[in-house]
Design a protein around this ligand. Structure first.
Ligand code: NAD
Length: 309
C-alpha cells in the first residue's frame, strides 16, 4: 500500500516509517523538521520537507496515498501553556489541513495519534478507560482532542475511514532531550553531568510505553476495522517519576541526585490507562518491559549523545 506519514522524521513517526518499509509499503513522509531530524527518516521513504499548516495539494496530488498516518504535531504540554495559539495552529488547523487533502485526493483512511493523558485532564478514576469524561487541563490536551473530533467529522461528512490511537507516555531510542519528556531529559542530564529537575515530589505516576511496541502495532493494525475506532495504547502500569529516575541512576551508575522543584500547572498528578479494549479487539500486548525499554533508551542516548549537542 502507499502510506503517507506526517511527522515521519519525529520520534514516533520515524519508527512507524521504519515498520512500514519493513512490511513492504511504499512510504511517503511529510515533516517540517521543527523537532524531527532528516537522518531519522528511513532512506527508502520519499521525503518532503513541508508544513502541515500550509497547502499539501501538490504532494498529495503527486503521491496519492491510500492511508495517512498523522503524527505531526506540537507535542509539548508545557510549551502549549505559553504558546496556545501556535499549539492550536499546528494541532487543530494542521489536522484540518491534512483532512482537507485527504478529502480532495480520496485517501481511504487516516490514523490519528492522540494522547491518553492530556485529553482527559485530572482523572476521576483509574485506570482511565476510553469512556472517561474529558476535561483537558492544557492547551495541548484541548488541541489533540479537538483534532479527534475533526477526524470523526470527516468520516461522517466524507466517508474517510479512521482509527485513533491514544498513547500513554511514549519513551525509547530517538527521543529528544529538548522535548518535555522525562526519560530523554533525565538521560541527557545524567550523561552531561547536569542536575536533573523533578517537578513536584516525583511520586506522580505515568503509564509509559515503549516506542517500538507502539510503532509495530500501528503498522500491523492500520488496515483493520475493529468495532470501536478509538483505543488506548499503553502498558497499563502506573510508574512514578521517582521510579524512572532510580532506574536511570542504576543503569548509568551516576551519583547525581535530582532536585525537586515546583510542580507544573496543567500537568496531571496520576494516570494509568485501561487498555482492555485494544487487547480485546486488536490483541494489543506490549512486548517490552519498562526495565528493558529504559535500559535500551539510556544506552541509545549514551551512544548518540552527539546528535543533541
Ligand atoms: N511522545 C509521547 O509521549 C506522546 C504521547 C501521546 C501522544 N503523542 C503524539 O504522537 C505524535 C508524535 O509525537 P512525537 O513524540 O514523535 O513528537 P515529535 O516532536 O518527535 O514528532 C512530531 C513530528 O512532527 C513534525 N512537525 C511538527 N510540526 C509540524 C508541522 N507544522 N508540519 C510538519 N511537520 C511538523 C516535527 O518536526 C516532528 O518530526 C504527536 O501527534 C503527539 O501528540 C506523543
Amino acid at each position: 500500500m502507499k502510506v503517507l506519514v506526517t511527522g515521519g522524521a519525529g520520534f514516533i513517526g520515524s519508527r512507524i516509517v521504519d515498520f512500514l518499509i519493513k512490511a513492504g509499503h511504499e512510504t511517503v513522509v511529510i515533516d517540517n523538521l521543527s523537532t524531527g531530524r532528516k537522518d531519522f527518516v528511513n532512506p527508502k521513504a520519499i521525503f518532503y520537507q513541508a508544513d502541515i499548516t500550509k497547502s499539501l495539494d501538490t504532494i498529495f496530488h503527486k503521491e496519492t496515498p491510500e492511508i495517512v498516518i498523522h503524527t505531526a504535531a506540537q507535542t509539548m504540554l508545557r510549551y502549549s501553556i505559553e504558546n496556545p495559539i501556535f499549539d492550536a495552529t499546528t494541532n487543530i488547523i494542521g489536522t484540518i489541513n491534512v483532512l482537507e487533502a485527504c478529502k480532495k485526493f480520496k485517501v481511504k483512511k487516516i490514523i490519528y495519534t492522540s494522547t491518553g493523558g492530556a485529553r482527559v485532564g485530572e482523572p476521576k478514576y483509574l485506570p482511565v478507560d476510553e469512556n472517561h469524561p474529558l476535561n483537558p487541563s492544557s492547551p495541548y490536551g484541548i488541541s489533540k482532542h479537538s483534532a479527534e473530533h475533526y477526524v470523526w467529522l470527516y468520516n461522517q461528512l466524507c466517508g474517510i475511514d479512521y482509527l485513533i490511537f491514544c498513547f500513554g507516555n511514549v519513551y525509547g531510542p530517538r527521543d529528544n532531550p529538548k522535548s518535555n519528556r522525562a526519560t530523554p531529559i533525565f538521560s541527557w542530564k545524567i550523561l552531561t553531568n547536569q542536575v536533573p529537575q523533578i517537578f513536584g515530589d516525583g511520586n506522580q505516576t505515568r503509564d509509559f510505553i515503549y516506542v517500538l511496541d507502539l510503532a509495530e502495532f500501528i503498522v500491523a493494525n492500520m488496515t483493520k476495522s475493529p468495532e470501536h475506532k478509538l483505543f488506548h495504547l499503553a502498558n497499563g502500569e502506573q510508574t512514578s517519576v521517582n521510579e524512572l529516575f532510580a532506574l536511570l541512576k542504576e543503569f548509568s551508575q551516576t551519583k547525581i541526585e535530582a532536585i525537586h522543584t515546583e510542580s507544573i500547572k496543567g500537568e496531571i498528578r496520576d494516570i494509568v490507562l485501561d487498555t482492555r479494549l485494544a487487547q480485546k479487539e486488536l490483541n494489543w500486548k506490549p512486548k517490552t518491559t519498562f526495565r528493558e525499554g529504559i535500559k535500551e533508551t539510556f544506552n541509545w542516548m549514551k551512544e548518540n549523545k552527539k546528535l543533541f549537542e
